[in-house]
Write a protein of this length. Structure first.
Lengths: 221, 221, 221, 221
DNA sequence: AATGAATGAGACTTCATTCAT
DNA sequence: AATGAATGAAGTCTCATTCAT
């Protein structure tokens, strides 16, 4: 063996990773149900089918665990919206930016039509960042990245002609992101919105109405 | 009251109400800072300049106190948006519904440009309702009322001609309410949005684009 | 009532002070038995005949409780040595300093012949200050005061003629204090020193030999 | 082992001993800093540059490790004081007992003028034996041996004429040992005793004054 | 020989609530 | 009306120890 690669570490590492995923799954479901503060490390361990002490053992602290979960949840949601476009390894650069935005929002809301425990947990953790002194590490940074990505996307749309030129990219990103999260949270809270289909198409219409070039200009001539 | 009319009966009541308001103020600021769970009754009492036992004495339980605060905060915000229209005791029935919606959203966002402790507390409490099992008494009901009011208003707009006829009133209310709350929360979290002015005008444009009758439709005859 | 003396606070205060003494007594006995670190707040509460939460409720933290105990224990020991001289309110300024020192040490060691729980706790807490990062608030400061008092006393002895002039007061205070504490600790540790009587007279002889003016100078003539 | 004779069999043992010393060094420094109870096996392993599990692997239990360290520390201090006399393999039988005692104490205190981590750890462990139920294996036994040795030495001094005949050997041993340890502990605690030189000469004077034959007795003849 | 994953007991502390004053 | 003493449950985190690798 050229390097000091430990031959048996494989299984050790496997065990650790398996535990970690189980713990994060348990944490996600508990947080979705009761919120961050009401979820104790002991309960996470128990629901994961492990000991009460394991969560601390793995993540050193509750904050670290929640931060880890926040990142994982956001990655998963982002990946889910991305998968709509990239079935193979296709990139989406050739798709009009507005279409990307529309699909993104629609996919997002579709997720929350029958939300898994992890999607709900993501919104719950978002809610936990509202107090001024609270900060879930990784949540805010990832949000910032999402917001930056949206602003870039909108800017690109202004160049590819799918988005009107007279709008403010950054402000529109805030409006878009805010509506996405806000509507998702509302839907989660009031579980009697069974007309989710209407909500989705309405939101889609809002985006088009706000960002698409005015149809009169090209058709009226 | 017939017997031995207490000379300062009013003062007694006054004092009680004064205490109550002080306690709610203290609770609002603490909740805005640290969240609902991290705010203890003892700290509320202390910040209100009273004893540790007073909050329990007045509100019987923490849940009751938070519920009371939730209602007060929502009332205040609603009142703030209403005041724009009713300087005397005027009603707003003669104003086009779309204008009411636009002003409402703009006023709301203006509040969060320099949010007081109470507005932030409201959003924090909203975030606390995201877990499926959590419920802040009075929070969801008031939201439901707000949502119903919005749906009615939109419906009215469809009749007074300020809002397009082909839109779904209830779904649009969700989109409107979601954007309002979502953008407010985003602004609260990322304090570096100093271009709030752009955000407000952008949101206004979104509403107009989504709800206003298409300019071609009224001109085409 | 001239002052705002609360009429019923009396009993409240009494209750608090009673609890406090009981807690400190319990803490002293537990610390004497098992040491500072091995004594838990829960056990203190239980031994005091109270709840597990009371110690924290009273003293806010374990450190504060231990600090409080350290001060009380030192005060009591100092008072015990002082009582030998002041049966009424006599002061000891007229007693030769050397005699004061001798009586002080002898009384101290006598205490440790059949040490109460509190005296042992004092030595245990002294031992807990040995780690460089550990600090029991109040312990070191009180020790410093004791040491300063000893140095002053020795200095006075050099003036009243009971102590030789060629000795260093501060260094002698260290030797005296060190021997006092060290012998006490040794006696505590090795419980089979039943010849405590010899130890006491030996220590007395050491002091006299070290500090008294050489007997040859006055008697040999 | 029959097959593929390990070429570094000796290195195996060496390595083990090297690990052990590294672990004890790490333990000594940690105990000197934070005390016995606050020192965890995991931290010892880490500071020794090894794994968290190594301390347990080597010493089976924390008590065993501490006992091992106590013995090593005492051996080293004893050896240090002994080295002053035996530069080769000379024994000290021909040196007057009082001189041995004086040198012993002076060397001891010199060690604590700039104490290494191990000397401080020794005192810390001594302090950890003060609680009545606590016992660091090997600590008390070694102390007892030291004390016995001192008593024997004093007894010998009474025969070789360097020590007065009318003193009690065992009680004097207690006084000597107590002063030695007590002054050392004091010096460790109050790090501002920079006049250590005076303390050392003062202690020396105390011993001489207490144990040496009175100058009149030998000069009067 | 050595690592580190896992356990479970126990520590300190916070806190809502009850109750005497 | 108001205070604050007291309780006991629960939370996070530390740690010695066991065990699989």
């Amino acid at each position: 063996m050229p390097r000091n690669a430990p031959p048996k570490a494989q299984t050790q590492v496997e065990r650790r990773q398996k535990s970690e995923q189980a713990l994060l799954d348990a944490a996600a479901s508990l947080i979705a149900e009761r919120g961050v503060e009401q979820t104790s490390l002991a309960k996470i361990g128990e629901r994961a089918g492990a000991s009460r002490g394991l969560p601390t053992h793995h993540f050193k602290s509750k904050d670290a665990l929640v931060a880890r979960l926040a990142r994982r949840s956001q990655d998963r949601v982002i990946e889910a919206t991305r998968n709509v476009f990239e079935h193979g390894e296709k990139v989406r650069d050739d798709i009009p930016a507005l279409d990307v935005l529309r699909t993104m929002l629609d996919t997002y809301l579709e997720l929350f039509q029958h939300p898994t425990t992890e999607e709900r947990a993501l919104i719950v953790m978002w809610g936990a960042t509202f107090p001024s002194e609270a900060s879930i590490d990784g949540m805010l940074e990832a949000d910032q990245r999402s917001y930056d990505g949206l602003a870039d996307l909108i800017q690109r749309g202004k160049q590819d002609g799918s988005i009107r030129c007279d709008i403010d990219a950054r402000a529109s990103a805030v409006a878009f992101f805010g509506m996405m999260r806000g509507v998702a949270a509302l839907v989660l809270t009031e579980s009697d919105f069974q007309d989710m289909h209407h909500v989705r198409s309405t939101c889609d219409a809002w985006i088009v109405g706000a960002l698409a070039p005015t149809p009169t200009s090209d058709g009226s001539g």
